[in-house]
Write a protein that binds this ligand. Structure first.
Ligand code: HGY
Ligand code: MN
Ligand code: MN
Length: 398
């Protein structure tokens, strides 16, 4: 099969044009934004040009369907509120290039997908969670983003594009190519990571309610300051988690909303996201227990009322042995001595698709290990090597 490397790289740059922002090659293309919907319509056109049937499902997942039974390749094309040009986009555009090349070569059949809201504006990998049956549409519809917009309202913006759901039974397996988003391959000077497993995740909103009051007249010992509750929680949680975590466990307070967020008001309410990830379900549960207990102790010590939001999560997933072996064989042929088997600390749509069919993943390096930031990038040569491994693996595992 003949890959067109120039066409592949040009399409990646064109996709970045939808929502291009910030320094370097940054992108702002959150799920269901105008830039995201325009990018999906452009991708649908590219799919049609490749001889695929372009179909949006009811939540805005975009499929480029080959006739008959096929292998599914892809990722997502929405971005974080501040993201890079390759997170998700690489897997979608690489899939498109492989689909074009196999069409010209007369097979094997390859379909393409760009899942919607992988980056979790509304939940965690929302589009593929719904497609895989893990999240009912009715449950998804009532999820709200940080601005109070519901998933039902957001997907309504794509209602005129939406077609029938896509039957997963038409696909024999799923391969997702992605940037590593971490420092391992770049640090080792390697070009390909074949993924062994994807970590599990838990995500929960926590709120401390205190007493909003005057910042000049309220004595320190009488304050019930919600922000001080968060500060104490954050100072305490690292030490407490140390008893159960490993060097692969991670936890993040990434979103904080202080209310009313004014210099002269003792904060009455702080709402924050608490997210933690690990490859072991028992450890995820131990971390949850410590997080809940720590928050409870701090709330009662400081006279705050505590509220836990719904616990969202995905379980750790192991990649399919046969598909993974195909990727290992091609990685060894295309990048001899410059590839490794490694776990994924980032989440991917592959976690959800694994409920439906065999899945595997491959990584290319991220320069300086940076992602979920405008500075995210990968050397062109590594992008092309990844494309070659993906294309050869498709022939290998057919
Ligand atoms: O957060 C993640 O791991 C993914 O990029 N959504
Ligand atoms: Mn991604
Ligand atoms: Mn991401």
């Amino acid at each position: 099969m003949e890959l067109d490397r120039g066409r592949f790289l040009a399409d990646l740059h064109r996709l970045r044009g939808f929502g291009a922002a910030g320094v370097g090659k940054g992108v702002v293309r959150p799920a269901y934004s105008a830039a995201d919907i325009a990018a999906r319509q452009w991708l649908a056109g590219r799919m049609r040009e490749a001889g695929l049937e372009a179909r949006f499902d009811p939540v805005g997942n975009l499929f480029g369907l080959a006739a008959g039974r096929s292998l599914l390749l892809g990722s997502h094309s929405d971005s974080q509120p501040q993201g890079g040009w390759l997170d998700g986009a690489l897997g979608v555009v690489a899939a498109l290039e492989v689909a074009r090349a196999v069409q010209a070569a007369g097979g094997p059949a390859v379909s393409v997908v760009s899942f919607q809201d992988e980056e979790g504006r509304f939940g965690v990998t929302t589009g593929s969670s719904v497609w895989s049956g893990d999240l009912a549409l009715g449950e998804a519809d009532v999820l709200v983003d940080q601005g109070g917009v519901s998933f039902a309202q957001a997907r309504g913006l794509m209602a005129d594009l939406a077609g029938e759901p896509v039957d997963p039974g038409r696909f024999s397996g799923y391969i997702e190519m992605h940037i590593e988003q971490g420092p391992v391959l770049d640090g080792a000077g390697e070009q390909i990571g074949v993924v062994s497993d994807i970590v599990g995740i838990r995500d929960m909103q926590i709120t401390f309610h205190g007493q909003q009051n005057h910042a000049g007249t309220t004595p320190m010992h009488l304050r019930r300051d919600a922000f001080q509750g968060l500060a104490a929680f954050n100072a305490e949680i690292n030490a407490r988690l140390a008893s159960v975590v490993t060097d692969r466990s991670v936890w993040t307070i990434g979103h904080v909303a202080v209310s009313p967020n004014a210099s002269s008001i003792v904060p009455g309410r702080v709402e924050f996201s608490m997210q933690w990830r690990d490859g072991d379900v028992d450890r995820l549960a131990q971390m949850e227990a410590i997080i809940r207990t720590t928050a409870q102790e701090i709330a009662s010590l400081r006279g705050l009322r505590l509220e836990f939001g719904a616990l969202l999560g995905l379980e750790p997933v192991v990649m399919d042995g046969a598909l993974r072996a195909g990727l290992e064989a091609t990685a060894g042929a295309v990048a001899p001595g410059r590839w490794r088997v490694m776990p994924s600390g980032a989440l991917h749509d592959a976690t959800n698709v694994a409920r439906l069919m065999p899945v595997a993943m491959l990584f290319v390096p991220s320069i300086n290990g940076i992602s979920h930031a405008f500075e995210e990038d990968t050397h062109e040569g590594d992008l092309v090597v990844g494309l070659e491994v993906l294309a050869r693996a498709v022939s290998e595992v057919r």
